[in-house]
Design a protein around this ligand. Structure first.
Ligand SMILES: *[C@@H]1O[C@H](CO)[C@@H](O)[C@H](O)[C@H]1NC(C)=O
Ligand SMILES: *[C@@H]1O[C@H](CO)[C@@H](O)[C@H](O)[C@H]1NC(C)=O
Ligand SMILES: *[C@@H]1O[C@H](CO)[C@@H](O)[C@H](O)[C@H]1NC(C)=O
Ligand SMILES: *[C@@H]1O[C@H](CO)[C@@H](O)[C@H](O)[C@H]1NC(C)=O
Length: 509
């Protein structure tokens, strides 16, 4: 049974009862107080105060653009790339091959700088698509993904227009803001996104095991792992997470940078900090043992979040830009990857990353001991945290450099420009593998800016207004780097493993 579908049907009490059995689960990142914060859907069901979030989410899903294709009121405040079109009109285009981008309209704008090479993590696009490189992707394979794995929606782009068929529900507005992001990509690069047909799952964990069918059914999701072949796509939070008052990444990224400038590393608390929901995942329970209140001082400050209070107080304590107050911040996964990762890494603190099992689209560009300090899971965790903190406090220059490396990655290689470039390159490479011409499924509905904004209020609407792409001014995307050779991949994996092993032996000395 699919957890997200369950949430829609079950009462709160039965949901709570069913939680331990939920496979994959739905982990929700709360902005509250710090960026380590996670809470599961189980918690969501536990408090009456929280009901409003769930019902808001349900209503939001019911109002989704795909479900309500009728036109909303016009949006005079939103400038459009082409003044001859309404904001919802798709770009005029296109054959199967993407056409070159049109020249920028304004004569006064200087010519765009020549495209630079994309960040190294873009090379993983080729790896994620490797299972289909020899065979291509057939309609049957895509249909197979749609039938076997209980995905939640299917995205089709034909001639620059976006169509969505829904198979199930996603938690809160994950799907809405994912579609919104794709829609903005189409506005940003009119005529450039090829015809595509992709099946999307919106759960916390990847679903298609490697070593199953060859070639496997192609499935897009928010994260992947070594043992699965799901294709990692930027998650919804880049366009905002209204239920948790997490702003769109471009704005938040700027605010975090300002916050960093206000409190330098030396003047931050010399401890490792984490706050969140400790009940999701065994390693989070292990992390609790590292708290300073225990018998030994592990140089960690671990807090369990009181989510009900945070919701009741209207996220008063949840300004992520003001939460980079410790020299070290712990990143630990919940059921799957956590969207908190980018907020933690942007903090200009040394990120102590507990043995991640999942990757999102950018995290494979991070190197242990260059961008973060690796921490083993399990019972060795506390000792390793203490070692990292003691080492960093004794080697402030090195520690600050590592913190700076991660922050630079987040601030330079993970701008929204790069996120859109990643989407464009991934979808373009994916489209090259299609053995069929995508057609709009019978059950699909066209999604436009107007249909998505129709009936939305509050933060949902605000975040859409804040992130709507007003012009095709994205410029040239960065250049996609070549695939890894097998030697390069092996070298990379060995370097990563060596760095982790190095820290382990170092600790034992
Ligand atoms: C960091 O901030 C403290 C307090 O504001 C100040 O005394 C110190 O000089 C700053 N250090 C650096 C390296 O800027
Ligand atoms: C960790 O210790 C601090 C300080 O003693 C305490 O305030 C906090 O509640 C503890 N955290 C947990 C999860 O028990
Ligand atoms: C920071 O990154 C650079 C490469 O970008 C690397 O040479 C350096 O070793 C890194 N610093 C630390 C402390 O890992
Ligand atoms: C697009 O224009 C609207 C209204 O002027 C503005 O609020 C929004 O921030 C703009 N979007 C972007 C991505 O700049």
């Amino acid at each position: 049974m699919e957890p997200a579908a369950k949430i829609g049907r079950l009462t709160r009490s039965s949901l709570a009862a069913s939680c331990p059995a939920m496979n994959g689960g739905v982990v929700v990142f709360f902005a509250a107080v710090v960026a380590g914060a996670l809470v599961s859907a189980c918690w969501m069901s536990a408090g009456a105060r929280v009901t409003s979030i769930t019902s808001v989410a349900t209503r939001a899903i019911a109002q989704n653009g795909a479900a309500s294709p009728e036109r909303g009121p016009t949006l005079p405040r939103l400038a459009d790339p082409d003044t001859n079109r309404t904001p919802s009109a798709p770009p005029p285009r296109q054959q199967t091959q993407p056409a070159p981008a049109p020249e920028p309209a304004a004569a006064a704008t200087p010519p765009p700088p020549p495209p630079s090479s994309c960040p190294v993590y873009f090379r993983w696009i080729h790896e994620d698509l490797r299972p289909w490189r020899a065979t291509g992707i057939t309609r049957e394979a895509a249909d197979g993904a749609a039938h076997r794995y209980g995905p939640k929606f299917r995205v089709t782009v034909v001639a620059g227009r976006l169509y969505v068929a829904r198979y199930g529900r996603c938690f809160q507005t994950r799907d809405v803001f994912t579609m919104w992001g794709i829609l903005q990509l189409l506005r940003r690069h009119p005529g450039r996104v090829p015809d595509i047909d992709l099946v999307f799952d919106c759960q916390d964990t990847p679903v298609v095991n490697a070593g199953g069918h060859t070639p496997p059914p192609p499935m897009f999701g928010y994260c992947g792992s070594e043992s699965t072949v799901d294709i990692a796509f930027p998650d919804w939070s880049f366009w905002g997470w209204p239920e948790l008052n997490i702003k769109p990444w471009e704005a938040l990224r700027g605010e975090i940078a300002e916050g960093n400038a206000a409190v330098n590393w030396t003047s931050r608390a010399p401890y490792a900090y984490w706050k969140g929901n400790p009940t999701v995942g065994a390693d989070r329970r292990n992390l609790l043992r590292c708290n300073a209140s225990g018998k030994r001082n592990w140089n960690a400050r671990i807090y369990a979040q009181d989510w009900r209070n945070e919701v009741r107080e209207g996220f008063r304590e949840s300004d992520l830009a003001k939460q980079c107050t410790h020299r070290y911040k712990i990143y630990i996964e919940g059921r799957g990857w956590s969207v908190s990762e980018k907020y933690i890494l942007a903090c200009d603190s040394v990120a102590l990353m507990v043995r991640p099992r999942y990757h999102d689209f950018f995290s494979r560009g991070l190197m242990p001991m260059q961008h973060y300090w690796p921490i083993p899971g399990g019972r060795a965790m506390c000792r390793s945290i203490k070692f990292a903190v003691d080492w960093g406090n004794a080697h402030a220059d090195k520690a600050q450099e590592m913190a700076g490396n991660a922050t630079r990655f987040m601030q330079e290689d993970l701008t929204m420009d790069r996120v859109y470039d990643y989407m464009l390159h991934l979808l373009t490479e994916y489209a090259k593998l299609l053995k069929y011409k995508p057609t709009v499924p019978d059950t699909a509905v066209e999604v436009t800016v107007e249909s998505m904004m129709h009936g939305r209020r509050g933060r949902e609407r605000q975040f859409m207004v804040d992130t709507v792409v007003n012009g095709s001014g994205g410029g040239e995307p960065c250049e996609l780097p070549t695939p890894f050779s097998s030697e390069e991949l092996e070298t990379l994996r060995r370097r990563q493993a060596d760095a982790v092993k190095h820290v382990e032996t170092w600790e034992k000395q």
